[in-house]
Design a protein around this ligand. Structure first.
Ligand code: FES
Length: 582
């Protein structure tokens, strides 16, 4: 395992242990809303665990998390960070400074002096005393929680289920510290009232155990030492980082980008850091932690001189089915000149980090393509108010959309009053063809329902023309910004569109190519066939014209119920030939 993997995983797991501790601490605080006794009663199992078998985990997690924070700032070549990264960094480094006195006065004092840091005692020392200790504890509570929640959010947002769970997790993230603080404040007020009684105060201090003035002075002196050491460590790490940066700068390399921009950086600077230093927008959803893959680049030149990908980098790249020559910009640290092309737009979202089917990135696949268009709708809409046109079209789109989805298709787009849908992506063309025919039948039936429903609003019933073709098409996510969607391009798509136009010529509702019938395993023996050469195609195409798609018989049961000779697909009586060859 390479150091990068160890650091990333250790940081995550140590952070999770600390977050669990914080959660249990808040829950214990929240019991102060019930009573001081309830708070105190729950402290015992809490203390039993965290000062017993949980102590090595807690102390280890705290130590590891702090050390790794120092390691990460030492390794950083650039402090050009996203705003959230800065925020998390500052919060994270504030925690040990705020925590020092609390930890020394409770955990350390209980282990060294043998005192029992009861809630009464802690509340008396912090809440009742007022002033800075109260403010410090309150700030600590929110700073530590916020730091943990930011880390958790940027880890979990790469999980496919996170978007749906987010509202609930947000609610928990807000409620827990709020309840914890209210419980702490409520119990603090109770202790303030009780402390007015000298007898109660003496009994409370007796329950804590013997704590001399000298020991209290030791606690505060130790806090000062710890804080001083902490600040000195930060300064030392920053100084060491500056020296390291200067050392690496002695050998600089050049990183080129295809748009003509380039930057000279010290050898060993990651490509993502180089982009940030050069002010080149570069996607990095996980903030350079090697988790999201959104920083990936295609190495156009100099790939052979790059250090090989680590196991974790290979795992992330294989998750997104990255092609040859693709590397994670945040993980690869060139030591020789390279030319790279960032593959995702700078505004990439967590969605882009999800493992996705390979065809989304562009693949030639055999699919069935369906085009549908309303007949004479422009003329019809000229006599209608805009509101009515939108209303009618939306009814129509809903009817067509549900038909496509029910048949397992993907609605590619609505174009004017037309629909384009794809079938069989990720399956096979046979399944796609059958689904497309099922969708065509359901579209025709749904249109009949729409016509019935809008009988009073329409001068004449809506009519539709549908074309279906099957063949190889290039499928992938295409577009720009928010208009990116899964679509298909290629000759098969153009052919399907032309078949839809032929429905006017053949005065029928559906025209499908022979390729669709063959892929679906259906003969359509009774339906008229036409051999024609479409514009832009060298090879003649056999097409089948279906007058009423609503009456398509697609299964054995449906076909046996139909009159006429046994055939793989029999159209109902109403299906009329439009026997003309173009
Ligand atoms: S920024 Fe997330 S993997 Fe590189």
């Amino acid at each position: 395992m390479r150091p990068a993997v160890t650091i990333r995983q250790l940081r995550l797991w140590s952070g999770l242990v600390l977050l669990v501790y914080l959660t249990s601490h808040f829950l214990n605080h929240a019991l102060g809303l019930v009573s001081l006794d309830a708070m105190e009663a729950a402290r015992e199992p809490f203390g039993w665990f965290w000062r017993g078998i949980g102590l090595p985990f807690l102390a280890g997690a705290l130590l590891v998390h702090v050390v790794l924070a120092f390691v990460s700032i030492y390794l950083r070549r650039s402090f050009r960070l996203a705003r959230w990264e800065w925020f998390q960094l500052v919060l994270g480094f504030s925690v040990p400074a705020l925590l020092a006195v609390h930890l020394i006065a409770t955990l350390w004092a209980s282990l060294i002096f043998g005192i029992e840091p009861t809630y009464e005692f802690v509340l008396f020392a912090t809440w009742v005393g007022g002033g800075w200790p109260t403010v410090q504890q309150t700030i600590l509570l929110f700073v530590a929680w916020l730091h943990g929640c930011i880390g958790l959010h940027f880890w979990l947002r790469l999980k496919p289920w996170y978007a749906q769970s987010q509202p609930y997790l947000y609610a928990v993230a807000l409620l827990l510290p709020a309840l914890g603080f209210l419980g702490f404040a409520s119990a603090g007020r109770a202790v303030a009232i009780l402390a007015e009684d000298p007898a109660w105060l003496a009994a409370m201090l007796a329950r804590v155990g013997p704590l001399s003035d000298a020991q209290i002075a030791d606690i505060y002196a130790l806090e000062k030492w710890v804080l001083g050491l902490y600040v000195a460590l930060i300064a030392a790490v920053l100084a060491a980082r500056t020296v390291r940066k200067w050392w690496h700068r002695r050998r600089s390399i050049r990183i080129d980008y295809p748009d003509g921009r380039s930057i000279e950086v010290g050898a060993g600077t990651s490509i993502l850091e180089a982009s940030r230093l050069a002010g080149i927008p570069h996607a990095s959803v996980c903030g350079g932690r090697g988790r999201c893959s959104t920083c990936r680049v295609r190495v156009l030149a100099g790939a052979e001189q790059l250090p090989p990908a680590s196991a974790s980098e290979r795992i992330v790249l294989s998750r997104v089915i990255a092609g040859e020559g693709v590397r994670l910009a945040c993980q690869v640290r060139p030591t020789a000149p390279v030319t790279v092309l960032p593959l995702l737009p700078a505004g990439a979202s967590p969605r882009d980090a999800q493992p996705r089917p390979g065809y989304l990135q562009g693949k030639e696949v055999e699919i069935a393509i369906l085009f549908a268009d309303l007949r004479a709708f422009t003329a019809l809409s000229e006599h209608k108010l805009p509101y009515d046109v939108v209303f009618i079209l939306n009814r129509y789109f809903r009817a067509m959309g549900t038909a496509v989805e029910a048949a397992g298709g993907h609605i590619d787009k609505f174009i004017g009053d037309g629909v384009m849908a794809l079938f069989g992506i990720g399956e096979n063309v046979g399944e796609g063809a059958r689904c497309a025919l099922e969708a065509a039948r359901q579209m025709a039936r749904n249109l009949e329902d729409v016509n019935r429903l809008l009988a009073h609003d329409l001068d004449e019933p809506l009519r539709i023309g549908i074309g279906i073709h099957a063949g190889a098409a290039i499928v992938g996510e295409m577009g720009y910004g928010r208009a990116i969607s899964l679509t298909a391009v290629g000759d098969a798509v153009n052919t399907a569109s032309r078949l839809e136009a032929l429905t006017k010529e053949f005065t029928c509702q559906l025209v499908l190519s022979d390729a669709v019938a063959r892929a679906a395993g259906l003969a359509f023996a009774d339906a008229p066939r036409h051999e024609l050469t479409l514009r832009g195609r060298a090879v003649p195409l056999t097409v089948i014209a279906i007058e009423n798609a609503a009456l398509l018989a697609l299964s054995d049961t449906e076909r046996s119920a139909e009159p006429g000779p046994a055939a793989e697909a029999v159209l109902a009586d109403e299906t009329v030939a439009a026997a003309e060859t173009v």
